[in-house]
Structure formats: structure tokens, C-alpha cells
Design a binder for this molecule. Sequence first.
Ligand code: ASP
Length: 344
Amino acid sequence: MKRTEKVLLIYTGGTIGMGRNPETGALEPLDLTHLVNLLPEFHYIRTGVDVYQFEPIIDSSDMNPELWAQLVRIISERYELYDGFVILHGTDTMAYTASALSFMLENLTKPVILTGSQLPLGQLRTDGKENLLTSIELASQHNPDGTPIAPEVSIYFNGALLRGNRSTKQNADGFDAFDSFNYPHLCDSGVNFTFHRHNILKPDFSKPMTPHLEMDCNIIVFSLFPGIQEPAVKHVLEAPGLRSIVMRTYGSGNAPHAPWMTKLLKEASASGVCIVNISQCISGSVEMSRYDTGYQLQDAGVVSGLDSTVEAAIAKLMHLQARYDDYAIIRKMMTMSLAGEITI
Ligand code: ASP
């Protein structure tokens, strides 16, 4: 594989590049020129780094599918010019963006690494410097034949390279902001990089990467809780234009026995709404045949989300809904692994 010895750094925003507003004291996004000035080590990185800055730079709470499409466009239009891509992104929605990109960049043959930080680069104890510099190094790691070692969408944070669509933000203040509870690390970074190659996706290097720009957002997530009321569930299931529901169930995918619940789910499913069962537990898998309270969901037409994260299930549904009108295809593909997002 031909190497370019260059990585593209795409700056979308997030804490890593923020500074304090002198009037309000709140953190707000700053220009990247400022960010590079704060990091003299930037000039010593061996691989070439070009920078693309979002306009405007955003807090990741403002991330959305149009901006995901913009990221896909930026990457696909420059795909041959770089060995890999590093995206600086706020931590709040990083796992959603990583999940979305994993489906939107089909047969990805280069690393796309998202990173950010809990403390801005300008602060003394910042975690941003290590996260940023290591991500750039990781994006340029390659095999003797020139193929990249980690050609997939990943998140690098606090010493670990994680599969993007398996990651979840787990800590609002600790430097260990992310983990992938249902999938082992792709690489651990200490004095050396320890790649766990058997965990890393192996794309077909002879085929092109196919970008997908469209997402269909007619989805809702609802969480079960003891005491949930029929009118609220009915209201959700009958929302106009709704195509899918991510239902957050108990334990291994269980829901209350109440006949109204089964009836509403059955009706929604029969009318072509895809209901995906994702557990409220952060690790483990949905197994609807384990308890009777799960079995009745299967009977009502609910699809198992297996060990998917909520972020990955949402992004995958948006992607599949944009590609297929047929509800049966979407249901079927939810139980297939498209980018390593579920364990089959
Ligand atoms: N609110 C910030 C963001 O997601 C938090 C961060 O970057 O850690 O943009």
C-alpha cells in the first residue's frame, strides 16, 4: 500500500481546544492556531500533519448527522492523500460520532482516530497533549507492506485505543473517560504500543472505501423503569414518522409482563416500527430467550440488539433506514455485524 507519511488532523472542537471566557468563566471553543501554539511538540512529530478546522468549531453537544456527513466528505475527498485521520472532538458525543462514522465509511482501509481531552490543552495537568500526540502516532503505525495496523474507526483516550462503535463515555471528570465494555482494547499504549491485532478489523485492501452520507433520524430511545405508564409508552410508539425504537430493557433484555406493554409493542412492530432491545447494563448481552419476561418481547417482534452500545444501535439504525425502505432488511441487518459493532 502506497504511503504518504502524512496524517490529517480534523479539529471539530471540544474541551481540548477550549479556553475560559473572561466574562462568564465558562469554557468555550478557541481557534486551532491557539491550540497549536500551546503545543510546541507538534513540530517534532515525524509524520507530516495537515490541519482542517471546522467552521464554526463546536461543543460536541451540537454534533449532528449533517456534521457527520461533513466529516465523511472531508475524509473521502482526501482519502488518498493521507495515511490516517485524527479527529479532535468533544468527549460528550464522541462515541456517537465514532459509531456513525464506522457505518458511514464502509470498508475503511485507513485509521480514523477520534480523541479529545477532559482538561483543555492550555491547562497544566492537561490530558490533551498525550491524547493528541499519541493519536497522531497511532494513525501512522503500519505493517512492513505499508498497510496500517489499525484500519478502523477508533477512539484513543488515556492510554487505550478502543473500537469506536463499542465505546461509551463512562466518566465525566476522570481521564479514563471512555471504555469499551463488551470488546477488548485494540492497542494499549505504555512505553511501547501493544497492538492486540486479533481484535482489529481486517478490511479488504483491494476494494475501495465506500462513503455513505445519508442518515435517517426517525428514531427514539426509551428506557424502561418500574412504574412506567401505558399512555407514555403509547405516545412514544405512535409518534408520527417513527421508524425505529431503541428500547432500554432490564438485565439480559427483560421487560414487565403487563399485557398492555406486549400489545403496544406487537402493534408497533406489526405496523413496521423496528424495536431494538438494548440492555440498561453497560456490559453483557441481550438474550431474550433466557427469562419469560424477555421471551414475550421476542414474541412481540422485538429485535435483539445483542451486546451493542446504545450509541452504536442508534447510528446503525440511522444508517440502515437511510439505505433501505424495507423494514425486514433493516431488522435482519440489525442482527448482523457491519463494522464489528456486535458479537455474533
Ligand atoms: N462539552 C465538551 C464537548 O463535548 C466536553 C469535552 O470535550 O470533554 O464538547
